[in-house]
Design a protein around this ligand. Sequence first.
Ligand SMILES: Nc1ncnc2c1ncn2[C@@H]1O[C@H](COP(=O)(O)OP(=O)(O)OP(=O)(O)O)[C@@H](O)[C@H]1O
Ligand SMILES: [Mg+2]
Length: 496
Amino acid sequence: MEKHANIGSAAGGPSAGTSYEPSILGTVPSTGTAIHLVNDDVLQTVLHRYRDQIFYLGQVYGSTPKLPLWFKHFGTGPDGAGEAYHLGVFGKTGSGKSVLAKMALCAYMRYEQMGLLILDPQGEFAKDFRGGGSGEMRIPLEGVAKQYKKQVVTLSVRNLVLDRWELFQEILFESDFFQQLTMPKGDNRRDACAKLADELKKKKVELEDLHGRAAFDKAWKILADAKVQQVFYRTAPSRDRFESARADANPDEFFQYQWQPVTALFDKSRKGAKTVEAALNWLLDLSPANGVRPVLVIDLSREQARGLFWTDTIQSLVIKRLLDGITTTAERRFQDGNEKGLNTLVLMDEAHRLAPRHLPENGNAAAGVRGVLIDAVRTTRKYGLGWLFISQTLSSLHTEILQQLRIQFFGFGLSMGQEFQALRQHVGGDDSALRLYGLFRDPHSSFDISSRQYSFMTTGQISPLSFAGTPLFLNAFNRVDEFLAANGLSIPSTGS
Ligand SMILES: Nc1ncnc2c1ncn2[C@@H]1O[C@H](COP(=O)(O)OP(=O)(O)OP(=O)(O)O)[C@@H](O)[C@H]1O
Ligand SMILES: [Mg+2]
């Protein structure tokens, strides 16, 4: 902190005493210069003007004052950045990224004009919004939303309605349906899924009706058609084997155990069902009834998918659909005369799994997500949509995305090999910053929970103290009440 200690020096001239000019201590100050140790009081006085905008996630690393940060919304005005920007939070598993992101989310929830979308692969944000989360540091997202009158809607795969035939095709391909009919994953199965979808469409079956017995019976009959079978099996012996498996199968069981778990994802009549499109339109409505833009949480956890066919690949496919939707809906909404921009933040946890630089083998779905995501990050900013990525690794996230980030937080665990190279590149070889970063301790190496430290290095224009362009260092609050009190957030009464 000493490095920035002269932030408090009063500027000369007529406005002395009311305004301050930041500068960097380049030389030893002349004899007689007043020096003040930075503490909370000094910072508060110096930053008085920004009082309402400042938000705290923790204390200055290795010291006691709270590190003043600002999380501006993407609109205009004193609290606004005037445009959307992207943020990233990095660190190895357990370094406190998700907790830090939840705290930052609270900062953004203060703005009524800001919409928030959370893509939640583990369902942990959804849990916290329901008030049922766990962990040492449970941020009461439900209470903070209530304080700022934010309406929160959580959609899980139980009520998110998929609305594209291509998705049906791909999900059917991934499922066991054709496996049970002796057809392994491969080109034949791909052809069969495409053909079946085509034939169903020709028979005027709607996607949302696929889950019914009538649609299944049609599908079953289509698959019995020799002409259809010829499309996916050229040779007679293959067709015979397929047909005998089909004829031997019990259609009732097939309907219940193979067909329904897949087609239920398209069923609009489920309780609380919302299509991807309807949900996004709701989120991006810039003048909601109560005047406060809402929070939409998409819970994509396996836990919510009981009774549905759900795998990592399906999760990727659904995320891809959402990303497609975000880009197109944002574009449309923007062109509908919302030149001021959509003022919406999209938070994506576990981005390393969704936008890897190197694709896993058979990673078709992941490849799709990556492409769409890179595109979304590039294009949506001009519509006023910013992203917050949370990722365990820097090196796995596509360079194109990393380059687009304006604000970054680096937690513990990036000081080896590829990760360190990426970090070093990012801070432009600032050795003193890297040395300080290197001192971060693994929070989980300490047995004593209360002494665990969740440290972060942050870069970008995140603080009134960022003027020097050097990274800032903080220890995240490790008590919920401290965090709430520092930011004037109400503490939800326990037990209710
Ligand atoms: N600032 C903090 N103070 C106290 N405990 C914390 C803090 N941050 C995180 N923890 C605790 O540490 C554990 C891991 O935190 P968190 O889930 O945020 O890690 P993560 O970086 O998101 O890990 P992963 O990459 O595996 O998702 C949790 O039990 C959490 O409650
Ligand atoms: Mg996490």
